[in-house]
Design a protein around this ligand. Sequence first.
Ligand code: LLP
Length: 412
Amino acid sequence: MNLFDYKDNELYCEDLPLELIAREVGTPCYVWSEKTFKNQLLSFDAAWDGINHLTCYSVKVASNLSLLEIVAQNGLGADIVSGGELFRALKAGIEPSKIVYSGVGKTASEMVEALEAGILMFNVESKPELELLSKIARERNKVAPVAIRVNPDVDPQTHPYVATGLKESKFGVATIAAIDMYNFAAQIDSLNPIGLDCHIGSQLLSLSPFQEAARRLKELLISLRSRGLAIKYVDLGGGLGINYDKEEPPSPEQYASALKAIFEDVKDLTIITEPGRVVAGNSSILLVSVLYNKKTQVKDFVVIDGAINDLIRPSFYGSFHGIVPVRLTDRPAFPVDVVGPICESGDFLAKDRSLSQVFSGEYLAIKSAGAYGFSMSSNYNSRLRAAEVLVSGDTYRVIRRRETREDLIRGE
Ligand code: LLP
């Protein structure tokens, strides 16, 4: 479901014309469809019905409090990777007992915060991390619930920057090292090994790597249980891909049923998932204005007021994002580079893209911008970070105001 569509040649978000938001809020601006976000979240969760499960929305993907409040209000959990994300998740009202904490570099103070908050479990990624956690918990007379993040050495067939399940990656530990860590945890009073975790990568377009990783996890689960460890949770991470251009990812239903089939005969188990992109990706567009048409001897450029500080994905990963005019015309299309005002040649949103002619002051929508869009944005070139707007039916509210010049120098 994706509620960005044309009505009478005008692009709408749900029942609201995007042009109205552009005029009232300004550009660049992230525009979210509340219905799409909520529907993606709830249908992903519902796909797991029939098996004990907990959906932990991956906060890094899009972490605006208003989005996290939707997660909280629907009783779902969060996957966090920093103290900052813990702060956001708790502020939004997500129950600590539904928060899982991943990441290879948790600091001592982050561990303390998460322990005090009473999160569901720490997804531990190395022996030194496990040792530090046991020490911190002991000093506070607490028991830290842990899962070991296993690196199943499965090729997720995705962009190398977002592949995490290969043995060369910094994430997780090999099965053999995991067993050693479980043995260690089982002997330490301040640690309670309750889970088993993996996350093999992002924007996966086929089921087989997920299935392969899940089978390896199940094997390890059975072996750990046979050694007397009471592992109650298997966290399968996130990673389900979405459609940006011509991709045909499995649906959440296909994904869930393939993985449910692997675990359905295991008793006393809760499956945790950490979906991000599939929830947020197509729930937002980045609304921008055209500044100039610039022609050189060899290329035509459309210069817009959005840049890689707003959306870094095309430049960083070579990702494709559809770009469409907010008002459809019958003007001819030409191949152009869509670029921003930032002072480097890496500042592009699209290259050699066929785009119908647009003029200064007109608006464009950069599609599928919800996942890792705003959350990866920066102030590079001292640009103010964009506003975020949440549309619900025919109304909208600003869920993050555009930054001001004062925001820019705060703390300096
Ligand atoms: N769980 C863990 C431990 C993760 O590291 C990630 C994403 C997720 C869940 C959510 O994965 P998803 O369902 O969104 O695929 N910035 C890159 C993607 C980085 C992925 C980082 N980890 C991009 O823009 O494509």
